[in-house]
Design a protein around this ligand. Structure first.
Ligand SMILES: Cc1ncc(COP(=O)(O)O)c(C=O)c1O
Length: 391
């Protein structure tokens, strides 16, 4: 079952967040996803995925703190997951649920990352994947799917068209569906990011967490994790959740202002967050409000500029969607919508190598290689070392 049988809306997994559960979480062992089994809806005999899902680095960036003026800025680099995006957290739990149900064929629609992660993790456990992507998805993302052995249907339409087709395929052929915002278990994998952040910060979570937002499933998942941690008595506060959105794909930002979730015509360069109607929009809005959070909208130019910004300040290479969170960090500093005294965490949800074309565009006006021949090369180096300039 995916949606609610009476209203059709997304379902949510609810745990009994009792003291014994908190004790079990405190006594956790192992690594990656397996360390958090007690707060995951998986049968005790569920196998492990033989890949490291989680345990991504959390960096304290003095350079970003200095540049933005915030007391503390942290970067959680989820581009380091097996398929190079945050989506591995969701796919892992969805695949394990499929195995719990004895289903060995999983279908998904995706702008790229969710599918790539599904294909990658499925390959590791021998599950077959069928993927619907918009034909315009970046080449590297489609290549990744094919490399991992997925069967790919490139739809001559938008992500929303791909989504609808995957749901029809699920109903028609009885497949297991991993779609974001449809399968309630994806959120369970995503919430583990909050558990990891809390653990890495000694259970003293940041005041603000910025998440690039399209469908709203990452932000609702991470927020769910923070709420669970607080209810379990493991942390003292829930960070204010900040949805970073492009002005060209801002349905959730609009819903936070108007109180109504309506489709937009999404056209942002950040393909992973280009969404007309957010599939997990209602819950995302609900969680953002409950955490006393808000949305920060940034232009596509700011998103592209944030790619080299984050790379040069923190050494982290983000794809455009992930860079949207860094762009929102900069804008929040400029607009003072987050106080200077705050600790802020910026979630980097996908690696920059996923979309090299956008990375190239992002540095077009900043720098380019210096053409040299073998004779003049060292002369140019000398000039650069003396003047700091290149021809
Ligand atoms: C790299 C990256 N960042 C952010 C998002 C946004 O996540 P959501 O659609 O759950 O809001 C996605 C979704 O595909 C993504 O791939």
């Amino acid at each position: 079952m995916y949606g609610c049988p009476s209203c059709g809306k997304n379902l949510e997994v609810v745990f009994d967040l009792t003291k014994p559960l908190a004790r079990r979480v405190r006594a956790r062992r192992g690594c990656g996803l397996d360390r958090w089994r007690d707060v995951l809806p998986l049968r005790a005999d569920t196998p492990s995925i033989p890949l490291l899902i989680g345990d991504t680095p959390l960096y304290d960036s003095a350079a970003l703190a200095k540049d933005t003026g915030f007391r503390r800025v942290m970067v959680k680099d989820d581009g380091r997951l097996p398929s190079a995006s945050f989506k591995d957290r969701a796919s892992s739990v969805a695949i394990l649920r499929a195995l719990n149900l004895n289903r060995r064929r999983v279908v998904a629609a995706s702008t790229g990352n969710a599918a790539a992660s599904l294909a990658c993790l499925s390959a590791a456990v021998g599950v077959r994947t069928l993927i619907f992507v918009p034909a315009a998805a970046p080449e590297a993302k489609i290549a990744q799917l094919l490399v991992f052995g997925a069967t790919v249907f490139a739809v001559d339409g938008t992500y929303d068209d791909a989504f609808d087709l995957s749901v029809k395929a699920t109903e028609t052929f009885g497949l297991y569906n991993r779609n974001t915002g449809l399968n309630p278990f994806t959120r369970e994998g995503k919430k583990i990011c909050a558990y990891e952040i809390a653990e890495q910060m000694g259970w003293n979570v940041p005041e603000y967490v910025i998440v690039a937002t399209g469908d709203g499933n990452i932000i609702s998942g991470v927020a769910k994790g923070f709420f669970e941690l607080k209810t379990l008595g493991l942390t003292r506060r829930v960070p204010r959740m900040i949805a970073a959105q492009s002005t060209r794909s801002n349905a959730i930002a609009r819903a936070l202002k108007t109180g109504r979730l309506r489709p937009v015509r999404a056209t942002t360069v950040a393909d992973s967050i280009s969404v007309d109607l957010p599939r997990d929009g209602d819950l995302a809005v609900d969680y953002i409000r409950r955490s006393d959070g808000f949305a920060v909208e940034v232009t596509d130019a700011e998103i592209l500029a944030a790619i080299p910004y984050l790379a040069r300040k923190a050494g982290v290479f983000a794809e455009p969607a992930a860079a949207c969170a860094a762009a929102a960090l900069r804008r929040a500093a400029r607009d003072r919508c987050i106080p200077r005294t705050a600790s802020v965490l910026c979630l980097v949800s996908g690696n920059g190598l996923k979309d090299v074309k956008s990375a190239k565009t992002s540095i077009e006006k900043l720098s380019r290689p210096v053409p040299v021949n073998r004779k003049s090369a060292l002369k140019h180096v000398e000039i650069f070392l003396k003047t700091g300039k290149t021809p």
